[in-house]
Design a protein around this ligand. Structure first.
Ligand code: CAA
Length: 260
């Protein structure tokens, strides 16, 4: 697979997707979004990958946003199409069956913050910086920021961040719930991999069902969500992993789950 601006590596059952466009702090132009799209398609059909980590190459930026030079000459229809391309790629990441962890290593601004938000959860380095600076450029967030930020950190905090274009550091991001953990920059990838390996050691069908139940449930009412949960819970009893997981408990040994 030919990718110009994205690196896709595998370490055991962990996939690592790095946005790699150092000359523009990993900013997302059309070619980079299409590379991410291709990489995600490859991950989706790779049975060896149980968890994906998304990060930015280098130590200065996760992703410094959508590419401003690319967007500058766009007309209204081209702008809409460029927004929808980013939305579609990020939705594909959100809907990937396996868990996706964002390891945020520096600037995560605009489209970069939006990329981090379409992942299941985020860990950040101490030098990470988050924000939606779009109104300072005369535009709105365009890759899901107006939708995911309020869902993640609450409407009031999201509105303040988006209206002011304020950039916040890792500790503030932790305080408002945008990230789950903050660690030293040189420990970030090991930390993300440690969480990924823990997830990969569990029953993978059950993990994937959990992701589906949470994602579906967050977009619907509690009764539909409960029904969806009950269906998936029931389906677990058709899996070898349920038999093995519960038998191992009864036999006081560690379970050996199926490889998906
Ligand atoms: N688009 C295009 N190029 C970018 C970029 C971006 N979003 N961010 C950085 N770059 C480029 C710079 O132009 C510069 O290129 P040159 O060396 O060719 O001049 C290079 O990356 C290094 O950047 P700086 O010299 O600016 O580095 P710095 O350390 O002084 O500043 C920064 C870092 C604060 C992140 C600054 O680069 C910056 O403010 N970038 C723009 C951030 C931004 O506004 N992002 C939101 C974009 S809009 C969006 O994302 C819309 C959406 O929702 C889809």
């Amino acid at each position: 697979m030919e990718l110009e601006n994205v690196l896709l590596e595998k370490e055991g059952n962990i996939g690592i997707l790095s946005v790699n466009r150092p000359k523009a702090l990993n900013a997302l132009n059309e070619a980079t979004l299409l590379d991410i799209d291709k990489a995600i398609d490859a991950v989706a059909v790779d049975d060896e990958i149980d968890v994906l980590i998304v990060t930015g190459a280098g130590n200065k930026a996760f992703v410094a946003g959508a590419d401003i030079t690319f967007m500058q000459p766009l007309n209204a229809l081209e702008g809409r199409a460029f927004g929808m391309l980013g939305q579609d790629v990020f939705r594909k990441i959100e809907e990937l069956e396996i868990p996706v962890i964002a390891a945020v290593n520096g600037f995560a601004l605009g489209g970069g913050c939006e990329l981090a938000m379409c992942c299941d959860f985020r860990v950040a380095s101490e030098n990470a910086k988050f924000g939606q600076p779009e109104v300072g450029l005369g535009i709105t967030p365009g890759y899901g920021g107006t939708q995911r930020l309020p869902r993640l950190i609450g409407e009031g905090m999201a509105k303040e961040l988006i209206y002011t274009a304020d950039i916040i550091g890792a500790d503030e991001a932790l305080r408002v719930g945008l990230v789950n953990h903050v660690v030293a920059a040189d420990e970030l990838m090991d930390y993300a991999k440690k969480i990924a390996k823990k997830i990969a050691s569990k029953a993978q069908l059950a993990v994937r069902f959990c992701k589906k139940a949470i994602n579906e449930g967050m977009q619907t009412d509690i009764d539909r969500g409960m029904t969806f949960e009950a269906d998936l819970f029931g389906l677990c009893f058709a899996t070898e992993d349920q038999k093995e997981g519960m038998t191992a408990f009864v036999e006081k040994r560690k379970p050996g789950f199926q490889k998906k």
